[in-house]
Design a protein around this ligand. Sequence first.
Ligand SMILES: [Zn+2]
Length: 86
Amino acid sequence: MSRTAAAFCAAASSVADCAGCGCALTADEVGLTKKLINRGTDTFYCVTCLSAMFKVGEPLLYEKIEQFRAQGCMLFAGPDDEVRAL
Ligand SMILES: [Zn+2]
C-alpha cells in the first residue's frame, strides 16, 4: 500500500490507518467513522475520505466531531485528550 498520502496527515498519535488512503488516523476520526458508518465497524477512514464518501465538506465533519465531543460521546477524546472513564 502506498504511504504517500500519509505525508499529508499530521496525526500525532495514530490508533489506526485510513482504509481509503492509508494515512494515520486520530482517535477522533475513528470515532467519527463509527458514528457515520457503523459503531461495530473495524474499517476506518480519515476526514478527507469520509468527506468524499458522504459528499460533504471536511469543515462539516470537523464540526460534527466537536458536536459529538460536546455531547460527551465516549468515542471522542476530551479537549485535553483525557480518556473518559465509564
Ligand atoms: Zn483517508
